[in-house]
Design a protein around this ligand. Structure first.
Ligand code: PFF
Length: 452
């Protein structure tokens, strides 16, 4: 397929895909979600299983998604339509990109609210609210934010406005420049904070919690959480990487690009853990606290750090930008489709989608206060969305997409896409996807549903 086919443009250099895809992968999932899921699942055993999931499920599925995107160079929905017009796949497979887009849409409704918390903390950081803060003070600060829906609504609105304005431009422009600067600074800041946290915190206990494990710690729940988080963190199963694959130059090896993205994603997550846990153990912060863990620990670190006000400002700014580069990839599928199919201006398409996300997001933010009561199945609206997307929609989307690629797209077409000039790479990927990733995802997901 000619490179000019893609209406949204092609990344101007093969490396830009790596930056953009890393921008999508690295976000709140690494800095907010990874530490608290690790905390709730016993530490080392989870990290070990998580790494295995990244390698045996995340990487092969990510490569499948990118390869499919690059075959037709169109938005995910039209890619499948095109393949069905050419009688390569059955038209019914179009449910895969629709499901992926719907999942991304739902995830963005709560992702934006959590990104709003980061904006609220950026505001508190620069006004010096963290200076000499105590553990109780940090807990109180977080509780106050959750019980003030007006403030959460303000930051949710600001964040969604930023998402709409950014995604309204063609993502092939500008995004990589932002990520290219953001990622190295983020990694360096995390390194610095990790060193400081280990100095003032309980390094020994944190390291043994994160890296020591025994076989009996690996329970079914640990495996289930690890698969879900690996898919979420790599942004697979939601059409984001599918859409970005369409803009990827043919000169870049998919295997190489995706391996780098997985490596960067894991590195940032582990660094976030090294920042949070030494401190959590030193200050008796409950590591199983859940979504509040990152937002209670970080102010304490910055509160005692010389120049903490400056570092806190930089850190939360980076977190907001990292969340933004992830959030825009969640809307890209529908925005590209509306633009290519109906010639709707990207900004208009982004505004309409953003408005719908913003609206549902209001119900999410109210579930932390006025609507805290249980909504369905003993869960509030936020918990319901989180569980519904991570336990049902995400795995089903990833399984369906992988089956489509591994069993229905012709072998020769895939081989063509994977130009690594090393056939062994292709075979390695293809067999892992077909015989390890897909069966593992199916067994784990279904066993999770029936509550094994
Ligand atoms: N991978 C992102 C993170 O870890 O924060 C979250 C994400 C981005 C999920 C894009 C889904 C997506 F389509």
């Amino acid at each position: 397929m000619p490179e000019s086919r893609c209406l949204q443009g092609i990344w101007s250099s093969p490396w830009i895909f790596i930056f953009a895809a890393s921008g999508s992968a690295v976000g709140l999932g690494n800095i907010w979600k990874f530490p608290y899921v690790l905390g709730q699942n016993g530490g080392g055993a989870f990290l070990f299983v998580y790494c295995a999931c990244l390698l045996l499920v995340g990487l092969p599925v990510l490569m499948a998604e990118v390869a499919l995107g690059r075959t037709v160079r169109s938005n995910p929905i039209d890619t499948v339509n095109d393949l069905s017009e050419r009688r390569i796949v059955h038209p019914a497979w179009v449910f895969v990109p629709w499901l992926a887009g719907f999942t991304g849409f739902l995830i963005l409704t709560f992702y934006s609210v959590i990104a709003g918390w980061s904006l609220a903390y950026l505001d508190r950081a620069v006004t010096g609210d963290f200076v000499s803060i105590t553990h109780d003070g940090a807990l109180g600060m977080f509780d106050t934010l959750l019980s003030t829906p007006a403030e959460m609504l303000l930051w949710h609105t600001v964040f969604m406005a930023l998402v709409v304005l950014t995604v309204g431009q063609a993502v092939t422009r500008g995004l990589s420049a932002v990520v290219r600067i953001l990622l190295p600074i983020l990694v360096m800041t995390l390194l610095l904070l990790a060193a400081y946290s280990m100095m003032i915190g309980n390094m020994n206990e944190a390291l043994s919690f994160m890296f020591r494990w025994s076989w009996e710690d690996i329970t079914f729940d640990v495996v289930l959480s690890a698969v879900g988080l690996a898919l979420f963190s790599l942004s697979v199963g939601m059409g984001a990487m599918f859409a970005y694959g369409a803009y990827m130059s043919k000169r870049m090896s998919i295997a190489r690009a995706c391996s780098i993205v997985v490596g960067v994603d894991l590195l940032v997550a582990i660094l976030a853990g090294l920042v949070i846990f030494p401190l959590a153990f030193a200050f008796q912060i409950d590591v199983e606290a859940g979504p509040s863990l990152t937002f209670v620990s970080l102010p304490i670190i910055f509160g005692g750090l010389p120049g903490g006000q400056f570092f806190a400002g930089v850190f939360f700014l980076l977190l907001v930008v990292a969340a933004l580069t992830s959030a825009i990839s969640m809307l890209e599928l529908f925005v590209a489709w509306l633009h290519e199919k109906f010639y709707m201006a990207r900004l208009k398409a982004a505004f309409l989608m953003g408005l719908a996300v913003w609206f549902v997001g209001i119900a999410v933010l109210l579930s932390f206060n006025h609507w805290d009561s249980k909504f369905l199945f003993g869960l509030n609206f936020f918990e319901l969305l989180d569980k519904f997307t991570s336990l049902i929609l995400l795995p089903v989307g990833a399984i369906a997409l992988s089956i489509l690629v591994a069993w229905f797209i012709p072998h020769s077409m895939l081989q063509n896409e994977m130009i690594t000039n090393k056939v062994s790479h292709f075979q390695w990927w293809y067999k892992t996807l077909k015989y390890i990733s897909i069966p593992a995802m199916i067994v784990i997901t279904f066993a999770g549903w029936i509550g094994v």
